[in-house]
Design a protein around this ligand. Sequence first.
Ligand code: PEP
Ligand code: CO
Length: 445
Amino acid sequence: MSDWEPTSWKSKPTLQQPTYGDSAAFDEVVQRLGERPPLVTGWEVERLKTQLALAANGDAFLLQGGDCSESFDACRADPIEKKLKVLLQMSLVLVYGLKKPIIRVGRIAGQYAKPRSNDLEIRDGVSLPSYRGDCVNRSPFTSEDRQPRPENLLTAYDRSAQTLNYLRALTEGGFADLKHPENWELDFVTLSSRSDEYHQMVRGIGDSLNFLDVLGGVTRAELSRVDFYTSHEALLLAYEASLTRRAIGRSGWYNLGTHFPWIGDRTRAIDGAHIEYCRGIKNPIGVKVGPSMTPDGLRELLEVLNPDREAGRMTLICRFGASQIQSSLPPLIAAVQSSKQPVLWSVDPMHGNTITTAEGIKTRHFDQILDEVRDSFAIHAQHGTVVGGIHLELTGNNVTECIGGAGGLSSTDLATAYESNVDPRLNYEQAMEIAFQIAGQARGS
Ligand code: PEP
Ligand code: CO
Protein backbone atom coordinates (compact mmCIF):
# COMPACT_ATOMS: atom_id res chain seq x y z
CA MET A 1 0.00 0.00 0.00
CA SER A 2 2.28 2.72 -1.32
CA ASP A 3 0.01 5.68 -0.48
CA TRP A 4 -0.33 4.80 3.21
CA GLU A 5 1.85 5.16 6.26
CA PRO A 6 1.08 5.02 9.99
CA THR A 7 0.72 8.80 10.06
CA SER A 8 -1.00 9.44 6.70
CA TRP A 9 -4.27 10.01 8.62
CA LYS A 10 -2.86 13.38 9.69
CA SER A 11 -3.84 14.91 6.35
CA LYS A 12 -7.52 14.00 6.93
CA PRO A 13 -10.18 15.55 9.16
CA THR A 14 -9.56 13.98 12.59
CA LEU A 15 -12.60 14.04 14.87
CA GLN A 16 -12.75 13.50 18.62
CA GLN A 17 -9.15 14.36 19.51
CA PRO A 18 -8.30 16.38 22.63
CA THR A 19 -6.57 19.74 22.38
CA TYR A 20 -3.30 19.68 24.28
CA GLY A 21 -1.93 22.97 25.56
CA ASP A 22 1.71 21.87 25.44
CA SER A 23 2.46 20.42 22.03
CA ALA A 24 6.17 19.84 22.77
CA ALA A 25 5.24 17.63 25.74
CA PHE A 26 2.74 15.77 23.55
CA ASP A 27 5.33 15.16 20.81
CA GLU A 28 7.77 13.84 23.39
CA VAL A 29 5.17 11.42 24.78
CA VAL A 30 4.36 10.13 21.31
CA GLN A 31 8.04 9.58 20.61
CA ARG A 32 8.50 7.68 23.89
CA LEU A 33 5.47 5.52 23.14
CA GLY A 34 7.01 4.67 19.80
CA GLU A 35 10.03 3.24 21.63
CA ARG A 36 7.97 0.96 23.89
CA PRO A 37 7.67 -2.74 23.02
CA PRO A 38 4.47 -3.96 21.39
CA LEU A 39 1.75 -5.42 23.62
CA VAL A 40 0.67 -8.16 21.21
CA THR A 41 2.21 -10.00 18.27
CA GLY A 42 1.36 -10.47 14.62
CA TRP A 43 0.87 -14.21 15.22
CA GLU A 44 -1.84 -13.56 17.77
CA VAL A 45 -3.53 -10.97 15.58
CA GLU A 46 -3.56 -13.32 12.60
CA ARG A 47 -4.86 -16.20 14.71
CA LEU A 48 -7.74 -14.04 15.86
CA LYS A 49 -8.47 -13.05 12.25
CA THR A 50 -8.68 -16.72 11.28
CA GLN A 51 -11.10 -17.36 14.12
CA LEU A 52 -13.23 -14.34 13.21
CA ALA A 53 -13.47 -15.70 9.67
CA LEU A 54 -15.03 -18.85 11.16
CA ALA A 55 -17.51 -16.76 13.17
CA ALA A 56 -18.51 -14.85 10.03
CA ASN A 57 -19.59 -18.19 8.55
CA GLY A 58 -21.42 -19.30 11.67
CA ASP A 59 -18.75 -21.82 12.68
CA ALA A 60 -17.68 -19.92 15.81
CA PHE A 61 -19.15 -17.10 17.91
CA LEU A 62 -17.52 -13.86 19.04
CA LEU A 63 -18.10 -12.77 22.63
CA GLN A 64 -16.74 -9.25 23.05
CA GLY A 65 -17.29 -7.39 26.29
CA GLY A 66 -16.00 -5.16 29.02
CA ASP A 67 -16.24 -1.62 30.34
CA CYS A 68 -17.46 1.26 28.25
CA SER A 69 -14.42 3.05 29.57
CA GLU A 70 -11.69 1.40 31.61
CA SER A 71 -10.27 3.48 34.41
CA PHE A 72 -6.66 3.59 35.56
CA ASP A 73 -7.86 2.91 39.12
CA ALA A 74 -9.45 -0.37 38.05
CA CYS A 75 -6.08 -1.78 37.00
CA ARG A 76 -6.16 -4.03 40.05
CA ALA A 77 -6.37 -7.78 40.50
CA ASP A 78 -9.97 -7.92 41.62
CA PRO A 79 -11.73 -6.04 38.78
CA ILE A 80 -9.58 -7.78 36.16
CA GLU A 81 -10.33 -11.22 37.63
CA LYS A 82 -14.03 -10.47 37.86
CA LYS A 83 -14.29 -9.30 34.26
CA LEU A 84 -12.49 -12.40 33.09
CA LYS A 85 -14.70 -14.60 35.28
CA VAL A 86 -17.90 -13.20 33.74
CA LEU A 87 -16.58 -13.63 30.22
CA LEU A 88 -15.43 -17.21 30.95
CA GLN A 89 -18.78 -18.10 32.48
CA MET A 90 -20.69 -16.54 29.62
CA SER A 91 -18.54 -18.34 27.11
CA LEU A 92 -19.22 -21.64 28.84
CA VAL A 93 -22.97 -21.05 28.60
CA LEU A 94 -22.61 -20.05 24.95
CA VAL A 95 -20.41 -22.96 24.00
CA TYR A 96 -22.91 -25.31 25.61
CA GLY A 97 -25.90 -23.73 23.86
CA LEU A 98 -24.42 -22.87 20.47
CA LYS A 99 -22.12 -25.90 20.19
CA LYS A 100 -19.47 -23.75 18.55
CA PRO A 101 -16.10 -22.43 19.66
CA ILE A 102 -16.43 -19.08 21.41
CA ILE A 103 -13.90 -16.35 20.63
CA ARG A 104 -13.36 -14.35 23.80
CA VAL A 105 -12.39 -10.71 23.31
CA GLY A 106 -12.27 -8.17 26.14
CA ARG A 107 -12.92 -4.46 25.83
CA ILE A 108 -9.87 -4.33 28.00
CA ALA A 109 -6.18 -3.46 28.30
CA GLY A 110 -6.47 -0.24 26.32
CA GLN A 111 -10.13 0.90 26.33
CA TYR A 112 -9.22 4.28 27.79
CA ALA A 113 -10.42 6.85 25.20
CA LYS A 114 -14.02 7.98 24.68
CA PRO A 115 -15.75 9.95 21.94
CA ARG A 116 -18.07 12.63 23.34
CA SER A 117 -21.05 14.52 21.90
CA ASN A 118 -19.65 17.88 23.00
CA ASP A 119 -16.12 19.19 23.46
CA LEU A 120 -17.29 21.09 26.52
CA GLU A 121 -19.49 20.15 29.45
CA ILE A 122 -21.43 22.91 31.17
CA ARG A 123 -22.63 22.61 34.77
CA ASP A 124 -24.21 25.52 36.65
CA GLY A 125 -22.81 27.96 34.14
CA VAL A 126 -19.27 26.55 34.41
CA SER A 127 -17.83 25.17 31.19
CA LEU A 128 -14.96 22.65 31.17
CA PRO A 129 -13.50 20.20 28.63
CA SER A 130 -15.58 17.00 28.49
CA TYR A 131 -14.17 13.87 30.10
CA ARG A 132 -12.65 11.86 27.23
CA GLY A 133 -11.41 8.80 29.11
CA ASP A 134 -8.50 8.30 31.49
CA CYS A 135 -5.91 8.42 28.75
CA VAL A 136 -6.91 12.04 28.12
CA ASN A 137 -8.15 13.60 31.38
CA ARG A 138 -10.02 12.76 34.57
CA SER A 139 -13.72 12.57 35.25
CA PRO A 140 -14.31 14.87 38.30
CA PHE A 141 -15.71 18.23 37.23
CA THR A 142 -12.78 20.50 38.13
CA SER A 143 -10.57 22.41 35.73
CA GLU A 144 -7.52 20.60 37.10
CA ASP A 145 -9.05 17.17 36.41
CA ARG A 146 -10.47 18.02 33.01
CA GLN A 147 -7.18 19.32 31.59
CA PRO A 148 -5.97 16.93 28.88
CA ARG A 149 -2.49 15.68 29.85
CA PRO A 150 -0.16 14.04 27.33
CA GLU A 151 1.55 11.93 30.02
CA ASN A 152 -1.76 10.07 30.51
CA LEU A 153 -1.02 8.34 27.22
CA LEU A 154 2.06 6.75 28.75
CA THR A 155 0.03 5.72 31.79
CA ALA A 156 -2.54 4.18 29.43
CA TYR A 157 0.19 2.14 27.80
CA ASP A 158 1.55 1.05 31.20
CA ARG A 159 -1.88 0.10 32.55
CA SER A 160 -2.67 -1.78 29.34
CA ALA A 161 0.58 -3.73 29.67
CA GLN A 162 -0.07 -4.56 33.34
CA THR A 163 -3.64 -5.61 32.66
CA LEU A 164 -2.66 -7.73 29.69
CA ASN A 165 0.17 -9.33 31.61
CA TYR A 166 -2.22 -10.49 34.31
CA LEU A 167 -4.81 -11.64 31.77
CA ARG A 168 -2.19 -13.67 29.98
CA ALA A 169 -1.04 -15.27 33.22
CA LEU A 170 -4.60 -16.15 34.18
CA THR A 171 -5.67 -17.51 30.81
CA GLU A 172 -2.50 -19.49 30.13
CA GLY A 173 -2.19 -20.97 33.57
CA GLY A 174 -4.53 -22.97 35.74
CA PHE A 175 -7.15 -20.27 36.32
CA ALA A 176 -9.11 -20.94 33.13
CA ASP A 177 -8.91 -24.72 33.49
CA LEU A 178 -12.16 -26.19 32.22
CA LYS A 179 -11.93 -28.89 34.84
CA HIS A 180 -11.89 -26.32 37.62
CA PRO A 181 -14.70 -23.91 36.84
CA GLU A 182 -14.91 -23.16 40.56
CA ASN A 183 -11.86 -20.94 39.99
CA TRP A 184 -14.00 -18.53 38.08
CA GLU A 185 -17.06 -18.52 40.30
CA LEU A 186 -18.10 -15.08 41.50
CA ASP A 187 -19.09 -14.61 45.14
CA PHE A 188 -22.64 -13.72 44.29
CA VAL A 189 -23.17 -16.40 41.66
CA THR A 190 -25.35 -18.35 44.08
CA LEU A 191 -27.71 -15.38 44.36
CA SER A 192 -28.42 -15.47 40.65
CA SER A 193 -31.71 -16.89 39.44
CA ARG A 194 -29.77 -18.91 36.87
CA SER A 195 -27.40 -20.37 39.44
CA ASP A 196 -28.87 -23.89 39.42
CA GLU A 197 -28.99 -24.01 35.66
CA TYR A 198 -25.41 -22.81 35.43
CA HIS A 199 -24.12 -25.40 37.90
CA GLN A 200 -26.02 -28.17 36.18
CA MET A 201 -24.41 -27.16 32.91
CA VAL A 202 -20.97 -27.05 34.50
CA ARG A 203 -21.49 -30.55 35.90
CA GLY A 204 -22.60 -31.77 32.48
CA ILE A 205 -19.47 -30.36 30.89
CA GLY A 206 -17.34 -31.92 33.66
CA ASP A 207 -18.92 -35.32 32.97
CA SER A 208 -18.24 -35.00 29.24
CA LEU A 209 -14.64 -34.09 29.92
CA ASN A 210 -14.20 -37.09 32.21
CA PHE A 211 -15.67 -39.25 29.49
CA LEU A 212 -13.24 -37.80 26.94
CA ASP A 213 -10.40 -38.40 29.38
CA VAL A 214 -11.32 -42.05 29.48
CA LEU A 215 -11.25 -42.14 25.70
CA GLY A 216 -8.01 -40.22 25.62
CA GLY A 217 -9.60 -37.44 23.52
CA VAL A 218 -8.24 -34.25 25.02
CA THR A 219 -5.02 -33.44 26.78
CA ARG A 220 -4.66 -31.71 30.08
CA ALA A 221 -2.75 -28.88 28.40
CA GLU A 222 -5.58 -28.18 25.97
CA LEU A 223 -8.08 -27.85 28.78
CA SER A 224 -6.05 -25.73 31.12
CA ARG A 225 -5.73 -22.65 28.93
CA VAL A 226 -8.03 -20.48 26.80
CA ASP A 227 -7.46 -17.94 24.04
CA PHE A 228 -8.28 -14.44 25.17
CA TYR A 229 -7.89 -11.34 23.01
CA THR A 230 -7.98 -7.61 23.64
CA SER A 231 -9.83 -4.84 21.83
CA HIS A 232 -10.46 -1.13 22.14
CA GLU A 233 -11.80 1.77 20.12
CA ALA A 234 -9.01 3.13 17.93
CA LEU A 235 -9.88 6.71 18.73
CA LEU A 236 -6.73 8.63 19.67
CA LEU A 237 -4.82 8.17 16.49
CA ALA A 238 -1.47 9.49 17.76
CA TYR A 239 -1.52 6.72 20.38
CA GLU A 240 -2.59 4.05 17.87
CA ALA A 241 0.00 5.17 15.31
CA SER A 242 2.79 5.04 17.89
CA LEU A 243 2.02 1.35 18.48
CA THR A 244 1.71 0.58 14.78
CA ARG A 245 4.69 -1.54 13.84
CA ARG A 246 6.11 -4.01 11.41
CA ALA A 247 5.38 -7.44 12.89
CA ILE A 248 8.16 -10.00 13.00
CA GLY A 249 8.09 -12.39 10.09
CA ARG A 250 5.20 -10.64 8.34
CA SER A 251 4.79 -8.00 5.70
CA GLY A 252 2.79 -4.84 6.25
CA TRP A 253 1.86 -2.87 9.34
CA TYR A 254 0.03 -4.02 12.45
CA ASN A 255 -1.46 -2.18 15.39
CA LEU A 256 0.41 -4.07 18.10
CA GLY A 257 -1.25 -2.19 20.96
CA THR A 258 -4.32 -4.42 20.76
CA HIS A 259 -5.50 -7.44 18.80
CA PHE A 260 -8.75 -6.01 17.57
CA PRO A 261 -9.23 -2.24 17.17
CA TRP A 262 -12.64 -0.88 16.25
CA ILE A 263 -13.87 2.36 14.71
CA GLY A 264 -16.66 4.15 16.58
CA ASP A 265 -19.96 5.17 15.09
CA ARG A 266 -18.98 8.84 15.28
CA THR A 267 -15.60 8.56 13.58
CA ARG A 268 -16.32 6.33 10.61
CA ALA A 269 -16.62 9.09 7.97
CA ILE A 270 -15.30 7.64 4.75
CA ASP A 271 -12.89 10.52 4.11
CA GLY A 272 -11.90 10.89 7.76
CA ALA A 273 -8.68 10.11 9.57
CA HIS A 274 -9.92 6.99 11.40
CA ILE A 275 -10.76 5.16 8.20
CA GLU A 276 -7.49 6.29 6.67
CA TYR A 277 -5.55 4.91 9.63
CA CYS A 278 -7.41 1.60 9.80
CA ARG A 279 -7.27 0.83 6.09
CA GLY A 280 -3.48 0.43 6.30
CA ILE A 281 -3.16 -1.93 9.26
CA LYS A 282 -3.54 -5.68 8.95
CA ASN A 283 -5.49 -6.33 12.15
CA PRO A 284 -9.09 -7.46 12.03
CA ILE A 285 -11.18 -4.27 12.19
CA GLY A 286 -14.52 -3.67 13.85
CA VAL A 287 -16.80 -0.89 12.67
CA LYS A 288 -19.71 0.34 14.77
CA VAL A 289 -22.75 0.68 12.59
CA GLY A 290 -25.61 2.88 13.78
CA PRO A 291 -28.86 4.06 12.16
CA SER A 292 -27.15 6.77 10.10
CA MET A 293 -25.28 4.21 7.98
CA THR A 294 -26.63 3.93 4.42
CA PRO A 295 -26.33 0.85 2.15
CA ASP A 296 -24.09 2.77 -0.27
CA GLY A 297 -22.04 4.14 2.59
CA LEU A 298 -21.49 0.65 3.93
CA ARG A 299 -20.50 -0.75 0.55
CA GLU A 300 -18.00 2.07 0.09
CA LEU A 301 -16.59 1.62 3.59
CA LEU A 302 -16.04 -2.10 3.09
CA GLU A 303 -14.38 -1.47 -0.24
CA VAL A 304 -11.91 0.94 1.38
CA LEU A 305 -11.21 -1.18 4.45
CA ASN A 306 -11.22 -4.56 2.77
CA PRO A 307 -10.56 -4.19 -0.95
CA ASP A 308 -9.20 -7.76 -1.16
CA ARG A 309 -12.27 -9.22 0.58
CA GLU A 310 -10.08 -10.94 3.13
CA ALA A 311 -12.00 -13.31 5.40
CA GLY A 312 -11.99 -12.30 9.08
CA ARG A 313 -10.91 -8.74 8.33
CA MET A 314 -14.27 -6.99 8.92
CA THR A 315 -16.67 -7.16 11.82
CA LEU A 316 -19.77 -4.97 11.67
CA ILE A 317 -20.82 -4.18 15.21
CA CYS A 318 -24.45 -3.14 14.76
CA ARG A 319 -25.99 -0.82 17.34
CA PHE A 320 -29.27 0.51 16.06
CA GLY A 321 -31.48 0.36 19.16
CA ALA A 322 -34.47 -1.92 19.68
CA SER A 323 -36.80 0.55 17.99
CA GLN A 324 -34.68 0.98 14.85
CA ILE A 325 -33.14 -2.41 14.11
CA GLN A 326 -36.14 -3.60 12.10
CA SER A 327 -35.86 -0.73 9.65
CA SER A 328 -32.07 -0.24 9.68
CA LEU A 329 -30.60 -3.74 9.47
CA PRO A 330 -32.28 -5.40 6.42
CA PRO A 331 -31.09 -2.82 3.82
CA LEU A 332 -27.54 -3.14 5.13
CA ILE A 333 -27.64 -6.93 4.96
CA ALA A 334 -28.76 -6.60 1.33
CA ALA A 335 -25.91 -4.18 0.61
CA VAL A 336 -23.32 -6.57 2.01
CA GLN A 337 -24.81 -9.52 0.16
CA SER A 338 -24.72 -7.67 -3.15
CA SER A 339 -21.12 -6.57 -2.60
CA LYS A 340 -19.98 -10.14 -1.84
CA GLN A 341 -17.99 -8.86 1.13
CA PRO A 342 -17.21 -11.42 3.85
CA VAL A 343 -18.29 -9.80 7.12
CA LEU A 344 -18.92 -10.95 10.64
CA TRP A 345 -22.24 -9.52 11.83
CA SER A 346 -22.05 -8.74 15.53
CA VAL A 347 -24.80 -7.18 17.64
CA ASP A 348 -24.12 -4.40 20.14
CA PRO A 349 -27.48 -4.07 21.90
CA MET A 350 -26.15 -1.41 24.27
CA HIS A 351 -25.38 1.80 22.40
CA GLY A 352 -28.67 2.28 20.58
CA ASN A 353 -30.63 1.82 23.79
CA THR A 354 -29.17 4.45 26.08
CA ILE A 355 -31.64 6.75 27.84
CA THR A 356 -31.35 9.43 30.51
CA THR A 357 -33.69 9.25 33.53
CA ALA A 358 -35.55 12.25 34.93
CA GLU A 359 -32.77 12.47 37.52
CA GLY A 360 -30.21 12.79 34.73
CA ILE A 361 -28.73 9.28 35.07
CA LYS A 362 -27.68 7.45 31.91
CA THR A 363 -29.15 3.96 31.82
CA ARG A 364 -30.45 1.18 29.58
CA HIS A 365 -33.48 -1.10 29.89
CA PHE A 366 -32.55 -4.75 29.99
CA ASP A 367 -35.72 -5.63 28.03
CA GLN A 368 -34.70 -3.38 25.14
CA ILE A 369 -31.21 -4.84 25.15
CA LEU A 370 -32.69 -8.31 24.93
CA ASP A 371 -35.19 -7.25 22.25
CA GLU A 372 -32.39 -5.97 20.05
CA VAL A 373 -30.46 -9.23 20.49
CA ARG A 374 -33.52 -11.33 19.61
CA ASP A 375 -34.45 -9.15 16.65
CA SER A 376 -30.94 -9.33 15.34
CA PHE A 377 -30.99 -13.14 15.33
CA ALA A 378 -34.46 -13.22 13.77
CA ILE A 379 -33.67 -10.71 11.00
CA HIS A 380 -30.47 -12.49 10.03
CA ALA A 381 -32.27 -15.83 9.99
CA GLN A 382 -34.85 -14.35 7.61
CA HIS A 383 -32.11 -13.13 5.27
CA GLY A 384 -30.02 -16.28 5.29
CA THR A 385 -27.16 -14.56 7.14
CA VAL A 386 -25.83 -15.28 10.61
CA VAL A 387 -25.20 -13.32 13.79
CA GLY A 388 -21.61 -14.26 14.48
CA GLY A 389 -21.06 -12.30 17.66
CA ILE A 390 -22.23 -10.06 20.45
CA HIS A 391 -20.66 -6.89 21.83
CA LEU A 392 -21.58 -5.91 25.39
CA GLU A 393 -20.70 -3.39 28.05
CA LEU A 394 -20.48 -5.40 31.23
CA THR A 395 -18.62 -5.81 34.45
CA GLY A 396 -18.11 -8.54 37.02
CA ASN A 397 -18.93 -6.08 39.78
CA ASN A 398 -22.42 -6.07 41.20
CA VAL A 399 -23.32 -2.66 39.82
CA THR A 400 -26.76 -1.12 39.32
CA GLU A 401 -26.41 0.72 36.03
CA CYS A 402 -28.95 -0.94 33.71
CA ILE A 403 -32.66 -1.29 34.62
CA GLY A 404 -34.49 -4.65 34.66
CA GLY A 405 -33.23 -8.20 34.31
CA ALA A 406 -33.88 -11.14 36.60
CA GLY A 407 -32.77 -9.12 39.65
CA GLY A 408 -35.58 -6.67 38.86
CA LEU A 409 -33.57 -3.45 39.17
CA SER A 410 -35.72 -0.32 38.91
CA SER A 411 -34.74 3.26 38.18
CA THR A 412 -34.72 4.02 41.89
CA ASP A 413 -32.02 1.35 42.39
CA LEU A 414 -29.60 3.02 40.02
CA ALA A 415 -28.00 5.15 42.69
CA THR A 416 -27.12 2.08 44.82
CA ALA A 417 -23.99 1.09 42.94
CA TYR A 418 -23.52 3.22 39.85
CA GLU A 419 -19.79 3.21 39.14
CA SER A 420 -19.38 3.77 35.40
CA ASN A 421 -17.81 7.06 34.35
CA VAL A 422 -19.43 6.87 30.95
CA ASP A 423 -22.01 4.30 29.73
CA PRO A 424 -24.08 1.98 31.96
CA ARG A 425 -22.91 -1.65 32.03
CA LEU A 426 -24.67 -4.95 32.56
CA ASN A 427 -23.91 -6.47 35.94
CA TYR A 428 -23.00 -10.11 36.38
CA GLU A 429 -26.54 -11.41 36.53
CA GLN A 430 -27.75 -9.36 33.57
CA ALA A 431 -24.76 -10.39 31.47
CA MET A 432 -25.29 -14.06 32.26
CA GLU A 433 -28.96 -13.74 31.39
CA ILE A 434 -28.04 -12.55 27.89
CA ALA A 435 -25.77 -15.57 27.45
CA PHE A 436 -28.53 -17.92 28.65
CA GLN A 437 -31.05 -16.31 26.31
CA ILE A 438 -28.77 -16.73 23.28
CA ALA A 439 -27.93 -20.29 24.28
CA GLY A 440 -31.58 -21.14 24.94
CA GLN A 441 -32.69 -19.66 21.64
CA ALA A 442 -30.12 -21.72 19.76
CA ARG A 443 -31.15 -24.92 21.51
CA GLY A 444 -34.82 -24.09 20.90
CA SER A 445 -34.27 -23.75 17.20
C1 PEP B 1 -18.67 2.53 22.75
O1 PEP B 1 -18.55 1.40 22.26
O2 PEP B 1 -18.46 2.78 23.95
C2 PEP B 1 -19.17 3.62 21.87
C3 PEP B 1 -18.92 4.89 22.09
O3 PEP B 1 -19.91 3.12 20.87
P1 PEP B 1 -20.48 3.78 19.53
O4 PEP B 1 -19.30 4.21 18.72
O5 PEP B 1 -21.21 2.63 18.92
O6 PEP B 1 -21.39 4.90 19.94
CO1 CO C 1 -20.09 2.82 25.56
